[in-house]
Design a protein around this ligand. Structure first.
Ligand SMILES: Nc1ncnc2c1ncn2[C@@H]1O[C@H](COP(=O)(O)OP(=O)(O)OP(=O)(O)O)[C@@H](O)[C@H]1O
Length: 368
């Protein structure tokens, strides 16, 4: 593909195919994600080996997929998780084998490198590859030739290499568990996927995509909805498991709160805290009008949202009047009926407070 990258900010009309493609695969509009997507689109069309770094569950495999799809390469994307395959099997998995190469090799089998011909080979958790195999991989990268186990000859394979790791490979090189020459071969173009905690502003967009994906494979499932308080509560979570953890939280919401409005309290108690939520039909009243001591103790307005969902209709003026009365009485009580001090505490002019007290029939603090 002969794509030149053009910044969307610079030319909204001339968005190249690869940028669109990457945008469709990877969700996120925060600055680190836009930067990452620009780099993916730029490097996808080259032959450069890409090393994707980032914490677990942050989307490294998705970056490999975006690189492959935007590369225009006709072959397949072949993924191998080096940490998930026992060391003694990894070599035949990667290189393949001829019939009779070892006990149990009843048929010849192409390896994953061969299968990636014309496409992309994605080696996940490359930091876990045994040293002996690292030497063999290095040779393949230098010669672009492979030899199946038990074969007499070699064959040339054209593939694009993308690797990923959540480990610090420079530290692994320093302590001798990763070959320095291989490190330089695979990290021609290093990319770093930011943790979810570094891009919490993307949570609504990512949730929308995850809900869409889940709903398309589970059409009978009723998607939960997230109110502003819920989004704030999700954004305050540290997300050590990144997007994979967010996905789990969403699955819980589908199961525990189908079709419901998810609030901050649901996030804390049911989705992160794992308590079973109250059934939607429960006879739950609006929260008591508050009598707070400090601003930080005021109830989170998102709980009104939840209560309203269940109650349906509500006398808004009457309820807001009750809250005003409760707060004014509390302020007066705290200041032994001193109207001027209570007005200060409520950020009202004294005359406004007196008007309200007359309107609501609050007598404390007023001369008879
Ligand atoms: N930006 C994103 N938008 C939507 N879904 C995403 C995004 N990034 C990751 N995901 C989803 O989150 C899950 C974890 O992503 P992925 O497997 O790519 O992470 P990883 O960094 O490769 O994890 P590991 O380190 O465990 O291999 C996947 O289901 C993936 O589809």
């Amino acid at each position: 593909m002969t794509t030149h990258w053009i910044d969307r900010d610079v030319s909204a009309q001339a968005v190249p195919v690869s940028v669109n493609m990457v945008d469709r695969i990877i969700v996120g509009e925060t600055a680190p994600m836009r930067q990452l997507k620009r780099m993916i689109a730029a490097v996808a069309v080259s032959e450069a080996a890409v090393l994707v770094r980032g914490p677990t569950g942050a989307g490294k495999e998705l970056v490999a997929e975006a690189l492959h799809r935007a590369s225009g390469r006709k072959g397949a994307l072949i993924a191998v998780n080096c940490a998930a395959i026992p060391a003694e099997l990894l070599e035949s998995e990667l290189f393949g084998h001829e019939k009779g190469a070892f006990t149990g090799a009843e048929r010849a089998r192409p390896g994953r490198i061969e299968q990636a011909a014309g496409g992309t080979l994605f080696l996940d958790e490359i930091g876990d590859m045994p040293l002996a195999l690292q030497a063999k991989l290095l040779r393949v990268l230098e010669t672009r030739r492979i030899q199946r186990l038990g074969a007499s000859g070699e064959q040339t394979v054209d593939f694009r290499l993308v690797t990923a790791t959540h480990r610090d490979l420079t530290a692994a090189v320093a302590d001798g568990t990763f070959r320095a020459d291989l490190f330089f071969r695979i990290s021609v173009f290093p990319l770093t996927v930011p943790s979810l905690a570094e891009r919490t502003a993307d949570i609504p967009l990512i949730l929308a995509r995850l809900i869409e994906d889940y709903s398309s494979t589970n059409p009978a499932a009723e998607p939960p909805h997230f109110d502003l308080g819920a989004i704030r509560a999700l954004s305050a979570h540290p997300w050590p498991g990144n997007i994979r953890e967010l996905k789990n939280v969403l699955m819980r919401a589908f199961v525990m709160l189908p079709g419901r409005m998810v609030t901050a309290r649901h996030v804390r108690d049911n989705l992160l805290g794992m308590e079973m939520p109250e059934p939607e039909t429960a006879d739950i009243a609006l929260p008591e009008p508050p009598a707070p001591q400090a601003k930080g103790d005021l109830p989170d307005p998102s709980q009104f949202h939840d209560a309203l969902q269940r109650l349906g209709d509500i006398d808004l003026r009457g309820y807001i009047r009750d809250i005003e009365v409760a707060l004014i009485e509390a302020a007066l009580d705290k200041r032994q009926g001193n109207v001027a001090q209570a007005a200060d505490a409520l950020r009202l002019r004294r005359t406004t407070l007196i008007e309200k007290m007359k309107k609501f029939g609050i007598r404390r603090g007023l001369a008879a």
